[in-house]
Design a protein around this ligand. Structure first.
Ligand code: F6P
Length: 461
């Protein structure tokens, strides 16, 4: 193998450049050329295949900085449809014309789906990323526990989980954690601490919405910021319990901070924030307003009288506020944990390609004895019997629904990831760079400007 391709697909994470960097450094050592495709699979749909040579003379281009968030290659949610044979043939032809002998896709479950049809044409490896931490399995046979039930939806069926038959141990997890997750938790947990002091001062109830469409790992991790309650998609909302906990907490401390994952569901398993649904190009539901829906519920249940009886001069509407952490979770400098493991996974993906692996996934395993280690797995191990890859849900045992907090095993899950996950240089960077006087005089210089100058096309080769 002399030349490989790499792309970043799906929503971005802070660790993408670190993973690309890890792959390029390993490729330099193994004398492989790396072509980076612009904006994920979108580049491959373009007959001109815009791409960047990431290691001319086996030297990494200076624009590729593993400490910088996002992706120098750009990302998109364009996916290869496994049923679209002509498109797949065209893409395979373009990759061949460009001399690409293996492909690394950095992405999540959607990317793995898109990568599979290409694996019939050349070796392909997925290096995982997602802030939601939903690419992986809680244990090996988890995909077999999905059932397909007939329903009125366009597809004619819906997926449902059957009860788990497996004894669960943290060491059984396949891909314990994905690069990007730790930094996103770092952002959300810090956000909770900041919202807390203002809620405390003004005697308010704050509802903070965090990302995580089907998976509550991100919400669970915000426990580090010490919110009073955490609500996540895997545990349907019990409104009465929530209201009584809010009252109990407010009576005691005159402020409440609630974390609400964007995908939280009610007792009927309907998404709280789904009133205004739209879909992205990958067919994912774009949710809006779980926190706002929750706020309306609390306003109704508590009423103005609750706050006036506490000698608060504010209406329920004014006393209960929401904040979405939003895309801040996905951006910025990756913390040490993500940089290190993202780079390792990128490097391992190169090794796996050189071993000729087809449709494989580089994974991060954890054991009590050895800590974190990279490994590899067949992409098919993530599929259920109908070939579908499900987003990993947070294992129910990680959460205590009465307390609305992580359970003991949930805490045990978080500890290996977050203990020592922040590097001294992460803090030093803030100290030195944020109030750098140059920031006031120099305008922002986007890396895209420099990368643009390096873009080449299939017809140039
Ligand atoms: O899949 C990652 C994720 O960050 C989700 O948590 C969130 O729902 C979604 O992406 C938002 O994506 P975008 O704003 O890019 O459409």
């Amino acid at each position: 193998m002399k030349r490989i391709g790499i792309l970043t697909a799906g929503g971005d994470t802070p660790a993408l450049n670190a993973s690309i960097y890890g792959a390029v450094v390993r490729a330099n050592q193994r004398k492989l050329e790396v072509f980076g495709f612009i904006k994920g699979f979108s580049s491959l749909f373009n007959p001109r295949v815009p791409h960047v040579h990431l290691n001319p003379l086996f030297t990494t281009i200076p624009e590729l900085d593993p400490t910088y968030g996002g992706t120098v290659l750009g990302a998109s949610r364009d996916y290869v449809d496994p049923g679209d044979k002509p498109a797949i043939e065209e893409i395979a032809g373009r990759l061949e014309a460009l001399g690409i002998e293996g492909l690394i896709c950095i992405g999540g479950d959607g990317t793995l789906n898109g990568m599979q049809p290409l694996s019939n044409h050349l070796p392909t490896v997925l290096a995982p990323k997602t802030i939601d931490n939903d690419l992986g399995l809680n244990y090996r046979n988890e995909p077999d526990e999905w059932a397909r039930q007939p329903c009125d939806e366009a597809s004619g069926y819906r997926y449902a989980r059957t009860p788990s038959r497996t004894r669960f141990d943290l060491e059984h997890m396949v891909n314990y954690v994905t690069p990007g997750f730790a930094t996103a938790v770092f952002v959300t947990a810090s956000g909770v601490q900041r919202i807390r002091t203002t809620a405390e001062s003004h005697r308010r109830i704050a509802i903070i919405e965090v990302m995580g469409r089907h998976s509550g790992y991100l919400a669970l991790g915000t426990a580090y910021g010490q919110p009073d309650m955490i609500l996540l998609p895997e545990s349907p909302l019990d409104v009465d319990l929530l209201v009584s906990r809010v009252v109990e907490t407010y009576d005691l401390q005159k402020n409440v901070v609630i974390i609400c994952a964007e995908g939280v569901v009610d007792e009927n398993h309907c998404e709280l924030g789904a009133e205004t649904i739209s879909t992205d190009p990958a067919g994912n539901k774009v949710l809006s307003g779980a926190a706002e829906a929750l706020r309306q519920m609390l306003i109704q249940r508590l009423g103005d009288s609750y706050f006036t009886s506490k000698r608060r001069n504010e209406s329920a509407k004014a006393a209960i506020f929401t904040r979405k952490v939003g895309h801040t979770q996905r951006g910025g400098r990756p913390i040490l944990f993500d940089r290190f493991h993202g780079a390792q996974l990128g490097g391992h993906a190169v090794d796996m390609l050189l071993e000729g692996r087809m449709n494989a996934v580089a994974i991060l395993q954890w054991s009590r004895e050895r800590g974190f280690q990279v490994d590899g797995i067949n992409g098919n191990d993530f599929r259920d019997r109908w070939g579908h890859i499900h987003a990993r849900q947070m294992h129910r045992s990680f959460y205590n629904p009465e307390e609305m907090k992580p359970s003991r095993i949930g805490i045990d899950y978080l500890l290996p990831i977050f203990t020592n996950s922040i590097g001294q240089d992460d803090m030093e960077e803030v100290r030195q760079m944020l109030f750098n006087s140059g920031n006031l005089t120099r305008s922002y210089h986007s890396v895209n400007t420099d990368i643009n100058k390096r873009i080449r096309y299939l017809d140039d080769v």
